[in-house]
Design a protein around this ligand. Sequence first.
Ligand code: SAM
Ligand code: SF4
Length: 472
Amino acid sequence: MTDVRPDSQRQRKRVFIRTYGCQMNVYDSDRMADLLGSLGYGLADSVEQADLAVLNTCHIREHASEKVYSELGRLRDVKQERRGAGRDLTIAVAGCVAQAEGEEMVRRQPAVDIVVGPQAYHRLPELLAEAERKAALKRAGKRLPGAGVLDTDFPAESKFDHLPAPHGVRAGSAFLSIQEGCDKFCTFCVVPYTRGAEYSRPAAAVLAEARTLVAAGAIEITLLGQNVNAYHGEGPDGATWSLARLIQALAEIEGLARLRYTTSHPRDMDDDLIAAHRDVPQLMPYLHLPVQSGSDRILAAMNRRHGRDLFLGLVDRLRAARPDLALSSDFIVGFPGESDADFDATMQLVDQVGFASAFSFKYSRRPGTPGSALPDQVPEAVKTARLAALQSLLVKQARAFNQSKVGRIVPVLLAEIGRKPGQIVGKTPWLQSVHLEGTLRLIGRIAEVRLTAGHANSLAGELAGVAREQAA
Ligand code: SAM
Ligand code: SF4
């Protein structure tokens, strides 16, 4: 039945959600918004307008975690100001910091009302009800044994079976989580501890969600997982489906023009998936394949389960399958014990491969991971110098890649309004941003764009052919 009450009556409460970190958090935040929408919460653009603030947090590096505590300090101040005015602000912390720190969060910041781990979002309605009950008791002057409401379980049931189907699609592009958690235990990484063991959603559920997204306007879907190519979901035929099999089935959905997937592990890049890059036209010519280091010694210390040669062999096979493939990667500099020679091996690998884009980080010591207990931690100044050298090479390569595309006419998915008046921004098949002149009407559509200039982080272009006439 359709609710015909005006918005102001139907959605008396508002939620402000701030998302940190990876695309899986963006997906989770959207699902939480959908779930809270079914409880009558509308979305607020700022915390000042909100009754409930959710911080969906990232624990991957120290800097990311610390940002959460400074934001919580700001929320506490808003909450205190509100109290005087007789209106409350409920503060919920979700995501990987919530999972890793649990009760400690409430001890460190007592203004926090709810701490909910990434596997328990579907329990938000109960957690909110419990937080409201506790707040009412407090207002009545009752002393409570523990502050905050906590759920950092890894429940037996999957959150995906309990969260509502996606309600909307932004500008033609959508994320779809198909896999969560990780069993690889790289020695620097918190993910296996915060997101738990590897889990793949059944293929039928993924296909149903993809059809819902396409019906809601998605023409591009990015499949997400911490280790997405380790996907091994139950197929509708009872067999175990690989990511390649899933991609082939998704490519049959009419109206779905573009498919992407992220993040992959080199060990799980199998022959079928490489062949999919050759055979499935909807699969975009872009792959994010983190290597972390070019030194076999460091890769072994990181417990990456692959060496430099395995990675370089994959690059050759992928490029043979799809010659125009743009490669992206993640790098960590300054892992404990990394010598100048190890770092040189990383620089050589980058030189040899030639990346279209990349993310690079200084090693960040994460409590509880084996890497944090290793001797020979690299001094900060050395990490800083290595990161600067690596980034300068990566920027040079990204600029060269972008410039090599100048003069070509390519299909661009127009995704958002630009900063300058009359400007829109889209994504090339290789996932770079393109800035061009265009009207709002084009957002969410794919248009042919002539690329006119290439920079380190983006390209410039102009509408070509039919789209240009339509836009006029
Ligand atoms: N599963 C992916 C893989 O195997 O490469 C990556 C997932 S992780 C969320 C994203 C990136 O964060 C990693 O590839 C790594 O480069 C970086 N990262 C993870 N832990 C880190 C740490 N302790 N210090 C610095 N960077 C880290
Ligand atoms: Fe973390 Fe990726 Fe290693 Fe898993 S494979 S432990 S998510 S870096």
